[in-house]
Write a protein that binds this ligand. Structure first.
Ligand code: DX5
Ligand code: ZN
Length: 217
């Protein structure tokens, strides 16, 4: 089996010490960057300048999760600010296919995602065109929420779809992922785990990451 990627979410890092926290997660696979606009989700996080700062401080793959309305407006800016991958929500635009094409034309990895209440069929039309599918396992907007158990079935279904297509796309899972449920999430078919509070909480990101590695051994 291919190794599972770990993508700590910078939403839960200490913004006054972002460079230190990025260094502490230096042996993670990706850095997950949660952009929220206070319209698509009921919270505001940060935008291009913070991504650009993270980019300057770390060589990690910057995996940018756009929780913003009409993301087409900003794809170019996030690419210029240092995104390596850009993931867009099907609910955030009537033109998901165009958004995915725009990301590819920018030369970045294209991801598609959907909220827990959105039927999985919504991603089918672009499934063959994406490098990543993100299954949200909480309602996006905040770190530290509880994993929604029905997400496991959704992960299994998309795993089958990707396998049927012969697609090498990453199957990422985001929200409430912990060392306690990581094995079940991977067993359902995930290839990449996002974790915010479970990495940066308690005794620091190095210990947090180590607990995931142990759980996935
Ligand atoms: C939720 C964000 C997540 C969040 C995960 O809206 O998309 O990436 O940071 O945080 P945890 O791991 O604490 O649920
Ligand atoms: Zn996220």
């Amino acid at each position: 089996a291919r190794p599972v990627k770990l993508a700590p979410s910078l939403l839960s890092c200490d913004f006054t010490r972002m460079a230190d926290d990025l260094q502490a997660i230096g042996d993670a696979d990706w850095a997950h960057v949660d952009v929220m606009d206070g319209a698509f989700v009921p919270n505001i996080s940060f935008g291009m300048p913070i991504l650009a700062a993270a980019r300057r401080a770390s060589p990690l793959f910057m995996d940018v999760h756009l929780m913003i309305e009409a993301p087409e407006r900003y794809l170019k800016d996030f690419a210029a600010a240092g995104a390596d991958g850009l993931t867009v929500h099907v609910e955030s635009t009537p033109h998901i296919h165009r958004a995915v094409q725009m990301i590819r034309e920018l030369g970045k990895k294209a991801g598609v995602t959907l909220n827990p209440g959105t039927p999985l069929e919504a991603i089918k039309p672009v499934l063959a065109d994406v490098d990543l599918v993100l299954i949200m396992s909480v309602n996006p907007g905040f770190g530290g929420q509880k994993f929604i158990p029905q997400s496991l079935d959704r992960i299994r279904t998309v795993r089958h779809w990707l396998d049927d297509l012969g697609s090498p796309a990453e199957l990422q899972v985001d929200g409430g992922v912990t060392p306690q449920n990581a094995r079940a999430v991977v067993h359902a078919g995930a290839s990449c785990l996002v974790a915010g509070s479970a990495v940066f909480g308690a005794d620091g990101p190095r210990a947090g990451l180590e607990r995931f590695r142990e759980a996935l051994k």
